[in-house]
Design a protein around this ligand. Sequence first.
Ligand SMILES: Cc1cc2nc3c(=O)[nH]c(=O)nc-3n(C[C@H](O)[C@H](O)[C@H](O)COP(=O)(O)O)c2cc1C
Length: 198
Amino acid sequence: MTRTRLLALCGSARQDSFNRRALAVAIRGAKNAGADVTFVEPRDFVMPLYDGDLEASEGLPEAAARLQRLFAEHDGVIVATPEYNGFFTPLLKNTLDWVSRPLSDGSGKPGTIHLRGKAAGLITASPGALGGIRAMQHARLYLSNLGLIVVPEQAAVPAANKVLGADGSIADDRTRDMLEGVGAAVCNLANAIGRNAG
Ligand SMILES: Cc1cc2nc3c(=O)[nH]c(=O)nc-3n(C[C@H](O)[C@H](O)[C@H](O)COP(=O)(O)O)c2cc1C
């Protein structure tokens, strides 16, 4: 049996991002559950702001085409996003909006063909008291609209500047369990989908 392959996507490009730290914990949970995980480094997938004229004249940005291919090769995705004024980030939305556009192979198929029916999980982290929980409702809806099946498990990390250390340490066992639990849940759902498909 081939191992489950998951992508890990962070809605913050910041090197010291708390969401990046939280994502590392969720990735550990997915790996412990048996998944191979590919971290998508945001700075390796820089895309212009979506513009229909640009798409018509130049086609899909090379980074978007690369990410479409990565989605094709993976069984699900773990998404971490900061909360900006109650919403998930424009970086995350712009990236996945481009990915949803027709494939660059000329087949005319939508990019969502590589997302539809696959497993997804959501986490968020913030220095604030709510941990970014408001962003997750919108992100959950958005990922569902792309055809992903979002696991009910989710995790928001308040006071992330105190809880998530730069060295990968985590000051709260319950938060660790929740973050790892999201990663594991995505792996388990992807496995179940794979079994049904096979
Ligand atoms: C434009 C903007 C809006 C923000 N709005 C919120 C917010 O609604 N709720 C919140 O908890 N933090 C908010 N923050 C603070 C972010 O949580 C904080 O910058 C966090 O470190 C971003 O995530 P990162 O560390 O993964 O980059 C906002 C930050 C920015 C730049």
